[in-house]
Ligand binder design. Structure first.
Ligand SMILES: Cc1cc2nc3c(=O)[nH]c(=O)nc-3n(C[C@H](O)[C@H](O)[C@H](O)COP(=O)(O)OP(=O)(O)OC[C@H]3O[C@@H](n4cnc5c(N)ncnc54)[C@H](O)[C@@H]3O)c2cc1C
Length: 465
């Protein structure tokens, strides 16, 4: 510690301005802060900063700015693109001590939260006050609201509540030079000039540090209907999607499509069983959550009957209990076990226009089979959000084909005007593929914004752009 301090004016300045427990060096930082969920290339940062409030974040950034010291924001470190991954010469700024959750404003249905709060705690606070937090992702027990905002996260229930962006009314951010911009708006209508929060949502810690947010909450649903469905093909799934939107409206809460190779793989795993008979061309987990106990169940069953009559469904299992619902979701969530069963797989989080989805899967199938005959391929995703997840594994190669697999998938994304990132952002991992999805003019405008807000380039360098 003494050695690092002697040679670092920025660390000396930080220690002089802040209480000692706000700064950790060397072994005291802990390996957790050396990388994110990607586990890519772990690096011990120069220091770990642990502010307790917005003023301390401001002081830290003001000092780092004055010394041109690069800073990487860290939340729950569940990111899947290396966005919070530090370099050895960078300072990591963790929001983990800024986790206060305010009172729910019952009249407006809003909740003001510090950025380091764990998403699951935010959801629990909303529910305790009789509201629903529309934001929900698989990493809810570890990820932070600040990380969710910085990545514009969204998971299974985006079809109903939208992405993080759609659930935010206000933000407080600290700019690269330490300026605090507090825009903790609680009103739905506020067109008073530029809506600045949108600059920072999804900017992955490159434009400012999010310190607080105002969430827009939703009514807590009182009913849940859930079914696991077998369909002949993707075309039928798209027809069911249109019908479900028309008949269930805002209560449609999940539309998870699984291709047969995914379904057959997960139902062979220990503890995962299929409630459906036979083999089918496509599988669908359909869920609706509503507030009308008298009508919701009947409406859901009428939808399924109609789809069955139209020939869009081959088989259906409707959950009769909470245990059934959990069993169906367990099947979809078995993806969490892939790291154990396919440790060297390549995984992709991409989007395609719905009318190009079938072609995308066909193209990846054909190219992957031609390149690596018999390799494992799996497809699943949040179809209603255009989001496709792809898993490719070439057995016995220890992941050595990963760059070629990436090229194959992103060539397809480019050709069909998809997006290289649907949910997870760009971070470090997808940086070289940004131009597949964004035009030169879009990327030039991103650079202009970065230059305006962080002219010295100290915030999360080497990420996104
Ligand atoms: C099991 C699992 C399931 C997942 N499921 C989903 C899913 O369904 N949908 C989805 O969208 N993602 C999903 N993810 C990815 C990940 O959880 C999200 O990207 C999440 O939003 C990251 O939050 P975090 O707090 O862990 O952020 P981190 O990983 O710590 O950081 C992510 C990025 O945000 C920046 N950042 C963090 N905090 C701040 C802040 N306060 N201000 C400014 N920048 C900040 C970091 O610099 C980095 O660029 C999943 C991950 C796992 C491991």
């Amino acid at each position: 510690m003494t050695h690092a301090l002697q040679h670092s004016p920025v660390l000396q300045a930080l220690l002089a301005a802040l209480p000692a427990d706000r700064i950790r060096l060397g072994d005291a930082i802990g390996a957790r802060h050396h990388t994110d969920w990607t586990r890519m290339d772990p690096q011990c940062p120069l220091a770990l900063l642990l502010p307790r409030n917005t003023e301390e974040v401001s002081t830290m950034l003001r000092i780092c700015h004055a010394h041109r010291q690069p800073v990487v924001a860290q939340g729950g470190l569940t990111g899947l693109v290396g966005g919070a991954h530090p370099q050895a010469h960078e300072v990591a700024l963790s929001l983990e001590r800024m986790n206060a959750i305010g009172e729910v404003d019952v009249s407006g249905g809003t909740l003001t939260v510090q950025a380091g709060a764990i998403l699951e705690s935010v959801q629990q606070a909303a529910e305790a006050a009789g509201f629903c937090c529309g934001l929900d992702i698989g990493a809810r027990g570890s990820c932070t609201l600040g990380g969710n905002i910085a990545t514009n996260a969204g998971g299974n229930r985006v079809i109903r509540y939208g992405m993080a962006r759609d659930n935010l009314l206000g933000l407080e951010v600290v700019l690269a030079d330490g300026t605090v911009v507090s825009s903790l708006n609680k009103m739905i209508k506020n067109n008073s000039g530029y809506d600045l929060k949108h600059l920072f949502i999804g900017s992955e810690g490159t434009l400012g540090i999010v310190t607080q947010a105002v969430l827009r909450l939703h009514p807590l649903p009182s009913t849940t209907q859930c079914a696991l469905l077998a369909l002949p093909d993707l075309d039928a799934a798209l027809k069911v999607l249109r019908e479900a939107r028309a008949r269930l409206g805002g209560s449609l809460s999940a539309f998870e499509v699984m291709w047969p190779n995914f379904y057959e793989f997960v139902t062979r795993l220990p503890g995962v069983d299929s409630p459906l008979q036979g083999q089918h061309g496509m599988y669908l987990l359909l869920e609706a959550q509503g507030g009308d106990e008298a009508q919701d169940g009947a409406r859901f069953e009428q939808l399924l009957s109609h789809c069955l009559e139209q020939g869009w469904l081959a088989d259906a299992a409707i959950a009769q209990s909470m245990q059934d619902q959990q069993r169906f979701w367990h099947l979809r969530d078995a993806v969490a076990e892939f790291p154990v069963h396919l440790p060297h797989r390549s995984t992709f989080d991409v989007s395609f226009p719905l009318d190009g989805m079938a072609q995308a899967v066909q193209q990846v199938e054909a190219s992957a089979e031609a390149a690596w005959p018999g390799c494992t391929r799996m497809y699943f995703g949040h179809l209603g959000d255009n989001n496709l997840h792809i898993v490719i594994d070439v057995p016995g190669t220890q992941g050595s084909h990963a760059p070629a697999i990436e090229q194959l998938v992103y060539d397809c994304v480019g050709a069909l005007q998809g997006a290289v990132s649907a949910e997870h952002g760009i971070g470090r991992k997808k940086r070289q593929h940004l131009a597949v999805t964004r035009s030169p003019e879009e990327i030039a405008l991103m650079h202009t914004l970065k230059q305006a807000l962080d002219p010295l380039g100290i915030l999360n360098p080497g990420k996104v752009l």
